[in-house]
Design a protein around this ligand. Structure first.
Ligand code: SAM
Length: 350
């Protein structure tokens, strides 16, 4: 029966709510390998053996929000807070550009210090120095007017994981000040403005069930984002979820394959969190259908302070050596990184 559902997913690109639940709950080795190899084949037929790179610039670890899962949440007094200056951000870009990165991702806590004027200045500076590069923002929930200004300043893409599409589960992960409704509204607005958008969720977050995950798949199908970021939840000792179990490699890979099958052209990262729970997690992600890797370009002293969860990999890496190392590891599984913006297939900003 579960194999029938897997085939149905491949045929139709979607399932009914209860069918997603069953496909998740009853998975076995045979179905797992069927979904994995199908997903890998779909990724290869759309994007070849090319892996797109995004240089991640973690420009602030200051956050006004208090998400229960996140290591840089407002209430964590053990974090030494930092902010990068425009000059520091540009030098991260320069290092990235030199090693062939053509997409930069500005990610940070939701830090009111960076006003819209400042963000627009950062965005337009990056775009004027690096006109052949795409710029992605991952800076949280804002109003339409702010998003419009960022887009006008030259930002191309926006990552905002929805985290969970189940309203009760959303409550379990976030304080009252945040709502699923607003999160979803932001994603709609971003799409409407013309950003390539990315949604996504953590696998194995506290309170997640196959039922809430089925809602995630349904929501994603409806939203139809260009990018989908998923990675395992990993506990952080200074959060209310310090004693919660981490998400697993196996279920994350399974979800990645399902997503690749449902969204043949999506940009799907093998995330840092995946590389953290397993030494070769990112390679396994690629073999399960992922086609994006996001190495950090953040300065050494910032990296060790942008800890969303325990044991984050890459804290000691050097950006410049990063690509070569990555290429060596990807070569072993028959893939290579490429020096392009790596837009959504068929994308044209007009
Ligand atoms: N503040 C922005 C936002 O919320 O979109 C961007 C930064 S936020 C730290 C980026 C992502 O990190 C979140 O969407 C969340 O899914 C992920 N994250 C946070 N804490 C995590 C944890 N403990 N384990 C795994 N992923 C985590």
């Amino acid at each position: 029966e579960v194999m029938r559902l897997a085939r149905k997913l491949v045929e139709d690109g979607l399932l009914e709510h209860n069918e997603y639940v069953e496909l998740l709950a009853d998975r076995d080795d045979e179905v797992r390998e069927y979904l994995r190899s199908t997903a890998q084949g779909i990724a290869v037929s759309n994007y070849g053996h090319d892996i797109f790179l995004r240089g991640l610039i973690e420009y602030s670890n200051t956050c006004k929000n208090d998400c229960y899962y996140c290591g840089i949440r407002r209430s964590n007094d053990n974090v030494e807070r930092y902010r990068l200056s425009l000059e520091e951000i540009l030098s991260c870009c320069e290092i990235g550009y030199q090693i062939g990165l053509r997409t930069f991702v500005l990610q940070g806590g939701e830090d009111p210090y960076f006003t819209d004027d400042m963000m627009c200045e950062i965005i337009s500076s990056i775009k004027s120095h690096y006109p052949d590069c795409a710029l992605t923002l991952s800076i949280g929930e804002k109003g339409r007017e702010s998003y419009e200004r960022y887009f006008a300043a030259g930002a191309d893409r926006y990552l905002l994981r929805h985290e969970t599409a189940d309203i009760d589960h959303y409550r379990r992960l976030h304080p009252e000040s945040l709502s699923l409704e607003n999160r979803m509204r932001c994603l709609e607005v971003l799409k409407d403005i013309g950003f390539q958008i990315g949604a996504g969720f953590m696998v194995g977050s506290p309170g997640q069930t196959y039922d809430t995950m089925a809602s995630d798949f349904e929501y994603l199908k409806k939203l139809n984002p260009h990018m989908i970021g998923i990675g395992p939840f990993i506990h952080h000792k200074d959060t209310p979820f310090r004693n919660e179990a981490d998400g697993t490699l196996e279920l994350t890979l399974y979800c990645l394959s399902m997503l690749r099958i449902m969204f043949p052209k999506a940009l799907l990262p093998a995330t840092t969190a995946l590389g953290t729970i397993d030494k070769t997690g990112r390679e396994k992600g690629v073999l399960a259908g992922a086609n994006v890797i996001m190495p950090s370009l953040s300065p050494d002293n910032a990296r060790s302070k942008y800890l969303l969860y325990e044991g984050k990999v890459g804290v000691k890496d050097k950006a410049a050596e990063g690509r070569q190392l990555l290429d060596e590891r990807l070569a072993e599984i028959g893939y290579r990184t490429v020096t392009t913006r790596g837009d959504y297939k068929g994308w044209d900003r007009t």
